[in-house]
Design a binder for this molecule. Structure first.
Ligand SMILES: [Zn+2]
Length: 168
């Protein structure tokens, strides 16, 4: 039997077409590129994570001479958000990147490792995480992590009724 997957996303020519909250989050991601440490790639990525309580955590990529020791903007922001607010679900993340001081022409999508972390963040919080990706030419809004990572690896134990009830 053949099956098809559909990925839903919106695309706009400019960030001005986004809802105000989405615009604000994307601006925070763009601002965060200033904190990027990228002496090797010269590719400055910023990410801003929005939590259900309205809190916004932003971060940027941090490289290292020992390449795998660095970390992407998305994971840096997500891990900080989870360590600071472990019980508050993430509801959105905005991502933007600059090269030579200018916003990239096309969207910069999260790498595979960040998609996996986003997947678990979404599962952990039990809320869809909206992904907003900016660029000079267009802005895309993907409705959930499933659009970036279908067939995700998944090893979280099933929640007991007890935990579900606690979350309400
Ligand atoms: Zn990444």
């Amino acid at each position: 039997m053949e099956r098809n997957l559909t990925i839903r996303y919106e695309e706009f020519v400019s960030a001005e077409n986004l809802a105000p909250a989405e615009q604000k989050l994307l601006n925070r991601a763009i601002e965060a590129t200033a904190g990027s440490y990228a002496p090797y790639s010269h590719f400055n990525v910023g990410a801003a994570v929005e939590l259900e309580n309205g809190e916004i955590i932003s971060s940027a990529n941090q490289e290292n001479a020992a390449y795998p020791s660095g970390i992407c903007a998305e994971r840096s922001a997500l891990f900080y958000a989870h360590s600071k607010f472990p019980d508050i679900p993430v509801v959105a993340i905005a991502i933007a990147a600059k090269s030579n001081g200018r916003l990239t022409e096309t969207p910069t999508y999260p790498c595979g490792a960040c998609r996996q972390v986003l997947h678990e963040s979404q599962q952990r919080g039990g809320k869809k995480i909206k992904i907003i990706i900016g660029s000079a030419a267009k802005v895309q809004v993907i409705e959930s992590v499933g659009g970036l990572l279908p067939f995700a690896f998944d090893n979280l134990p099933q929640e007991s009724e007890d935990v579900k009830n606690k979350k309400g």
